[in-house]
Design a protein around this ligand. Structure first.
Ligand code: FES
Length: 74
């Protein structure tokens, strides 16, 4: 019998990014940030991943989620 849970069953959070990889990892040299403020995606829906492109807004609206980017300041 399947265990019942109050939330939906575990599912991948990453719908499409680098699925050929066992694990998606990005490394950033912070001292070399190109701009004073850079936003990194945490919703896994950005077409410019690992950078945020605002796709979280649509995701949040469609799902009721509340995710947003990680901001790095130089
Ligand atoms: Fe993913 Fe903004 S697009 S956090």
């Amino acid at each position: 019998a399947e265990a019942s849970t109050s939330t939906s069953a575990a599912a991948p959070i990453n719908p499409s990014i680098r699925k050929e990889s066992d694990k998606v990892v990005d490394t950033v040299q912070v001292a070399e940030l190109s701009k004073p403020l850079v936003a990194y995606c945490r919703c896994w829906r950005s077409e410019t991943f690992p950078l945020c492109n605002g796709a979280h807004v649509k995701h949040n609206k469609e799902t009721g989620d509340n995710v947003g980017p990680l901001l790095l300041k130089k």
